[in-house]
Design a protein around this ligand. Structure first.
Ligand code: ATP
Length: 281
């Protein structure tokens, strides 16, 4: 099914190295997720249920999907991703079937991470929604999560930026009983993220990523990734102009991203949080 994306752990390279900042968050998530996926027997032996669900909350672009992908990759689990709003919009009336298919698919692999992006769309609070369809979808999801209990090789992760708008029954023990806030990066975190996203870029000596990190308060991971891309694009445009003027600078020895390219990019970028606000009006 095209609406469930399935990623084989061998087919992706997204790992913990690709996550900047978020050190304590990632450490906590690893503790919760890796043990049940890699050593389900330990729980069996101890006679307890392994942790099943982890809810990640924080603004869009803060790295929630990135973390879930990295956990799957590094534990050798397949990564099954579904987008909440898509499931509801495209499969109105068939959403329950899609959810059953998803969990069945997860069960066919030795280890699987199911990731619900924007879970609030699938599992809104049943007290505030009117439709029967929504209520049935929430009930189905609860039943499927309860069914995962005994196996341990499936971990369900979900992301939301509205933790209080999801059905409270989902946040009870045995369901999404662990919650982790994915916070905006600190200056150190921003520097790590900038370093990751310029890894494959030739940087001129005048680029000082530390000062870029210091001046980008409020930028999330996605914003910083875009900033780096825009800086390189500014340089590409410059190169193109030179090329038209007959001074080709495609040459690897002379083509570098400069400090001024970051300045140009900074002037153009719109932050995720601001994009969010303006798309609401
Ligand atoms: P959404 O809820 O919109 O899906 P999200 O929190 O899941 O947002 P991601 O999709 O993980 O955000 O982030 C988008 C992109 O931004 C990532 O693919 C990555 O390139 C970059 N990014 C975000 N956070 C980080 C981070 N902490 N370290 C490195 N890159 C990051």
């Amino acid at each position: 099914d095209t609406d469930i994306s399935v990623v084989d752990p061998r087919a992706t390279t997204t790992g913990y190295d690709d996550i900047g900042g978020l050190t304590t968050e990632v450490a906590r998530i690893r503790e919760m997720v890796e043990l049940p996926l890699k050593h389900p027997r330990i729980f069996e032996r101890l006679g307890i249920d392994p942790p099943r669900g982890v809810l990640l909350y924080g603004p869009p672009g803060s790295g929630k999907t990135l973390i879930a992908r990295a956990v799957a990759h590094q534990t050798g689990a397949v990564f099954l991703q579904v987008n909440g709003p898509e499931v509801i919009q495209k499969h109105y009336g068939e959403s329950e079937e899609l959810l059953r298919g998803l969990f069945a698919e997860a069960g066919r692999h030795p280890a699987a991470v199911i990731f619900f992006d924007e879970i609030d769309a699938i599992a809104p609070n049943r007290e505030t929604v009117l439709g029967d369809v929504e209520k049935r979808v929430v009930a189905q999801l609860l039943a499927l999560m309860d069914g995962v209990a005994s196996r341990g090789q499936i971990v369900v992760m979900a992301a939301t930026n509205l933790p209080n708008s999801i059905d409270p029954a989902l946040r009870r023990p045995g369901r999404f009983d662990r919650e982790i806030a994915i916070n905006p990066p600190t200056t150190t975190g921003r520097l790590e993220i900038l370093t990751i996203h310029t890894r494959h870029m030739p940087l001129a000596a005048d680029v000082d990523l530390e000062s870029v990190a210091a001046t980008t308060h409020g930028f999330l991971g996605a914003d910083l990734a875009q900033l780096c891309r825009e800086a390189a694009m500014a340089r590409a445009r410059e190169a193109l102009r030179d090329d038209r003027a007959g001074q080709c600078s495609e040459d690897a020895a002379t083509l570098f991203v400069h400090r001024e390219d970051f300045h140009k990019a900074l002037a153009e970028i719109r932050l995720s949080t601001i994009r969010e606000l303006s798309s609401d009006v």
